[in-house]
Ligand binder design. Structure first.
Ligand SMILES: [Zn+2]
Length: 198
């Protein structure tokens, strides 16, 4: 139960509940922990959040998180502009990068289609993605969305939209286990799936 008449504490608990998977009990535990045992940590979190909110934005080209207008990959002239790899999250982009097997460019959806959660094509920037494929000599769109039902549905929707515009589309090969988030798949498997893409 919340402590009565301590509004800032209630506000903190309500704020923490906004985090995914955090219910009332967890939010209370977090709030008590920060205020009772770790005020230094609480200050650190507050400052980091404040700074991140002010400085972190989406890359104007690929939509990943970055500081400044363009991320380092989009600024890198050495990257292959003919290939555009579509991933769900910045973490998936990082996983692809760690393989060292990909030298093209990216488009980060910042999510995936999820009709039940009200996330439709507009929310994942499908229109911007299609506009991006129409410019800058993109010859191949590589779909590296997760191998979950929603990731597959997302890949399918993008694939259909690209094909209707004559854009060549490939999908990471099936070496990646079904149900996987790319972020958690080992690097060798991703690299193979990239080489064997169809
Ligand atoms: Zn970028």
């Amino acid at each position: 139960m919340t402590v009565p008449d301590v509004h800032p504490l209630d506000d903190l608990i309500q704020a923490l509940r906004r985090l995914p998977g955090v219910g009332v009990k967890s939010a209370q535990r977090m709030a008590y922990q920060l205020l009772q045992r770790d005020r230094e940590g609480a200050v650190q979190i507050a400052r980091a959040l404040d700074t991140a909110l002010q400085e972190v934005q989406h890359c104007a080209q690929c939509h990943t998180f970055t500081v400044g207008r363009l991320c380092a990959i989009c600024q890198d002239e050495g990257r292959d502009a003919a290939r555009l790899c579509v991933v769900e999250t910045p973490a998936d982009l990082a996983a692809m990068e760690r393989t060292g097997a990909y030298q093209g460019r990216y488009y980060v959806l910042m999510g995936r289609l999820s009709p039940l959660d009200g996330i439709g094509p507009r929310d994942i920037g499908l229109t911007e993605l299609l506009a991006r494929t129409a410019e800058g000599g993109v010859q191949e769109v590589i779909l590296a969305t997760s191998f979950t039902a929603e990731g597959e549905a997302t890949a399918h929707a993008i694939s259909e939209a690209c094909k209707s515009r004559g854009v060549h589309v490939t999908r990471l090969a099936r070496g990646v286990p079904v149900g996987s988030e790319l972020e958690y798949v080992d690097l060798g498997t991703i690299a193979h799936a990239l080489v064997d893409r169809r």
